[in-house]
Ligand binder design. Structure first.
Ligand code: B12
Length: 417
């Protein structure tokens, strides 16, 4: 008798998943599709041999159907060959999903991630919400590989999320929703009933929070969290009390694409699945080697920014008032740069004028991140970083993307998250 129960349960685990998925989505009107093609081509063309292999780009490409098959092959091979020893838990999870979307073997990487998650200490109730971003990716990747074995880890993750009291972060909430929806869908109703209830309860709470961040224009959080949030709201089994207007969000995202807000390949990687009616939950179902998608016949490329000869003036302040960090300072300089220059050029010009404005960067999936200014370096253990603000409002893009306007006052503030 016991074996029969066991057999039935394992059968339920094996079959649970796709049938229970709820979908509330909307699609890009056909006349707007060239805009989507344009950013997909931009993202795919950013893949070069020497560059940083970005798994999010491979996931997006495979979910959308790649136009540039050479780029798809190159990125896959680079990720297969890459050394995973130095990766964070979130990066390893993205690598696993990327290789899964290219139908490559991930068994050894999955074992490493499983072990890391078993050793993982959940963040405390007051720890910042973004501390759950990497672990959310890990639960999502492990759920797709072996949801039954992931159950205890996912339950610990869900309880810690529910107990967390720090301000809600839309990007993190969105990835957590995808992870817990995967677990919820794959936990059969007959088994582990309390687990399913727990996942449902946490999903309800996160989805309400995401729903509260939907603005009048339909943007969810900010423009760069909207893609992940759309994925979350389109798959969650727990609907928010206020119905989400997917069409409105889609229309605003398309407007922002036309305004040139999606020039960073990583920003495209995070919005593209939603524009193609896909989510990260579709990663295990990608069909590899299927017919090549014909590249768009008329990819409209962004017109190059007009080369301006006039200069603008930008005020630039660097500020470190964090107690416990030696070398307090608050220094301002005024620099003149070509109109249309990105903020990085302002930083370079300030550094050229004075050694006090010396800065350092590292390459990341989103591009160059400023890690140190005036010899004060960010420190993940102390949760310190250089935040960039314009007239008191945090910038929504990094220094290599943000274009300051004339007489703008940019502040780089050493602070904690
Ligand atoms: C966590 C996080 C941070 C943390 C990263 C450190 C940490 N230990 O976790 C902190 C708080 C430091 C941070 C800072 C900033 N962030 Co941030 N961050 C995120 C978040 C929520 C998750 C990133 C992550 O863990 N990814 C998973 C791991 C596995 O991938 P990864 O490639 O290894 O992740 C690294 C990079 O993402 C990098 N990073 C994080 N933020 C940014 C921002 C920029 C511009 C760059 C170049 C790199 C970068 O740090 C991560 C950890 O090492 C994302 C949300 C998202 N949708 O991606 C936003 C996000 C990437 N950040 C964003 C922004 C705007 C910033 C800031 C510019 C904010 C500001 N006004 O100062 C600063 C960077 C300033 C600088 N010094 O150059 C935007 C980027 C949008 C864009 N078009 O560029 C995002 C998408 C949030 C959003 N929805 O607007 N961030």
């Amino acid at each position: 008798m016991a074996w029969l129960v066991l057999f039935l349960l394992s059968h339920l685990w094996a079959t649970a998943g796709t049938s229970t998925q709820v979908r509330s989505s909307c699609s890009v009107p056909s006349e707007e599709e060239p805009w989507v093609d344009r950013i997909q081509v931009l993202m795919e063309n950013s893949v070069t041999r020497s560059s940083y292999p970005n798994p999010s780009i491979l996931i997006a490409m495979n979910l959308a159907g790649p136009y540039n098959v050479e780029a798809q092959k190159l990125l896959t091979e680079e990720l297969v060959a890459s050394d995973t020893a130095d990766l964070t838990m979130g990066q390893l999870a993205l690598n696993i999903m990327a290789l899964t979307s290219s139908c490559r073997d991930t068994a050894s990487k999955v074992s490493v991630l499983q072990r890391e998650m078993q050793r993982w200490t959940p963040p405390g109730p007051h720890e910042e919400a973004v501390a759950f971003y990497g672990p959310s990716l890990a639960v999502l990747a492990l759920c797709q590989k072996n949801s039954e074995a992931t159950l205890p880890v996912a339950a610990g993750f869900a309880k810690a999320l529910l107990a967390n009291t720090s301000p809600f972060d839309v990007d993190t909430g969105a990835v957590a929703t995808l992870a817990l929806t995967c677990m919820y869908n794959r936990t059969p109703v007959g088994s582990g009933y309390s687990y399913r209830t727990l996942f449902g309860q946490v999903l309800k709470s996160i989805v309400e929070n995401i729903s509260r961040r939907v603005t009048d224009s339909g943007i969810i959080g900010d423009i760069y969290s909207t893609g992940l949030a759309m994925q979350a709201l389109s798959v969650t089994p727990e609907q928010p009390s206020k119905k989400w207007d997917c069409e409105k969000t889609m229309a605003t995202v398309l407007d922002e694409i036309k305004q040139g807000k999606f020039q960073n390949p990583m920003s495209v990687a995070q919005i593209l699945p939603s524009l193609k009616g896909k989510t990260y939950l579709d990663v295990p179902h990608v069909k590899c080697g299927s017919d090549q998608v014909t590249p768009p016949s008329d990819p409209i490329f962004p017109s190059p920014a007009p080369t301006s000869t006039s200069n603008i003036t930008v005020m630039y302040t660097i500020n470190n008032q964090l107690r416990g960090v030696e070398l307090l300072f608050n220094v301002t300089t005024e620099v003149s740069v070509k109109e249309g220059s990105v903020l990085l050029v302002v930083l370079q010009e300030a550094q050229r004028k004075s050694a006090t404005f010396k800065f350092e960067t590292v390459m990341t999936s989103w591009g160059l991140m400023v890690t140190s200014i005036n010899n004060i370096a960010e420190n993940a253990n102390h949760k310190t970083y250089w935040q960039f603000l314009s007239n008191g409002t945090p910038l929504d893009a990094g220094v290599a993307e943000y274009v300051p306007f004339n007489h703008e006052h940019i502040l780089a503030n050493f602070t904690q998250y």
